[in-house]
Design a binder for this molecule. Structure first.
Ligand code: ZN
Length: 140
């Protein structure tokens, strides 16, 4: 199966205040519809703005132990990761492992918007955090 990076699914941006960014981004983008979702597995609250084929994902930590919290303390509000769509996430992860790429998630987990996601370790990407995601099928 073709497992090239498809399109950009979303850009993840870490923010200290979701309320604040939703107001600012809503105003400048003129995108009125967005979804707010809590993802307990990742200790974050997410606001998703659909932007054409892609999304802008604002992430706010819901706990001091959230990795996003540590990121914000170092970098302030800024781009946290870029997520690419793939068609077969399990297969892609197997391929990356074979190629010696370090992964944060060796198995897919559940992310926002009911997607299967996995992160590649920044040690293998020159420090850039890359997420892979696949839309979940109905029966999963
Ligand atoms: Zn993401």
């Amino acid at each position: 199966m073709n497992n090239k990076f498809d399109s950009i699914d979303h850009i993840g941006i870490a923010v200290k205040s979701l309320d604040e960014i939703v107001k600012i981004f809503g105003l400048i983008s003129e995108i009125e519809n967005f979804e707010i979702e809590e993802v307990p597995e990742q200790k974050v609250k997410v606001a998703m703005f659909r932007c054409g084929e892609s999304n802008i994902e604002f992430l706010m930590p819901t706990s001091p132990e959230s990795p996003i919290q540590k990121f914000l303390e170092k970098r302030g509000n800024s781009i946290h990761h870029i997520a690419f769509k793939v068609k077969n996430l399990e297969g892609k992860l197997e391929k990356l492992k074979k190629d010696g790429v370090k992964l944060i998630d060796s198995k897919p987990r559940v992310g926002a918007n009911n997607k299967k996601i996995a992160f590649i370790h920044p040690k293998s990407t020159g420090g850039i955090l890359i997420e892979l995601c696949e839309k979940r099928r109905e029966h999963e």
